[in-house]
Design a protein around this ligand. Structure first.
Ligand SMILES: [Zn+2]
Length: 120
């Protein structure tokens, strides 16, 4: 058990106990870019939300879960383009949309925030 975990809430990172800047996110879903979920938490999450998918960050960590449940694509809010989860380097702080870059626009792609994830 690591120090951020608590027994009662598998997503304590959202309880405001963890300093991730996501304290106000009141929705169910996986937080993009956060890799601290444990496998058993994710298994429980998918039990509760069979339509949910993994974030690219977690897909790199749990390839078997990625294969089983799918992964959210990257999406460019500017041009509407989408990119496969493994087409973007997750190490990049602000991955750029290649299509927009070709038009001299530096737009970053993102995965859906928890409120847009398909968890209902
Ligand atoms: Zn774009």
């Amino acid at each position: 058990m690591s120090d951020w975990e608590c027994d009662t809430c598998p997503f304590r990172i959202r309880c405001g106990q963890a300093n991730e800047g996501y304290e106000d996110v009141g929705f169910t879903g996986l937080l993009p870019g956060v890799d601290r979920y444990r496998k058993h938490q994710l298994v429980e999450y998918f039990d509760a939300y069979p339509d949910a998918k993994l974030t690219p960050t977690l897909a790199h960590q749990f390839p078997a879960l990625a294969e089983e449940h799918g992964v959210y694509d990257w999406h460019c809010p500017t041009c509407g383009g989408t990119y496969a989860w493994d087409a973007i380097d997750i190490e990049a702080q602000s991955p750029l949309c290649e299509r927009c870059v070709e038009d001299d626009e530096l737009c970053t792609v993102a995965v859906p925030m928890p409120e847009s994830q398909n968890t209902h």
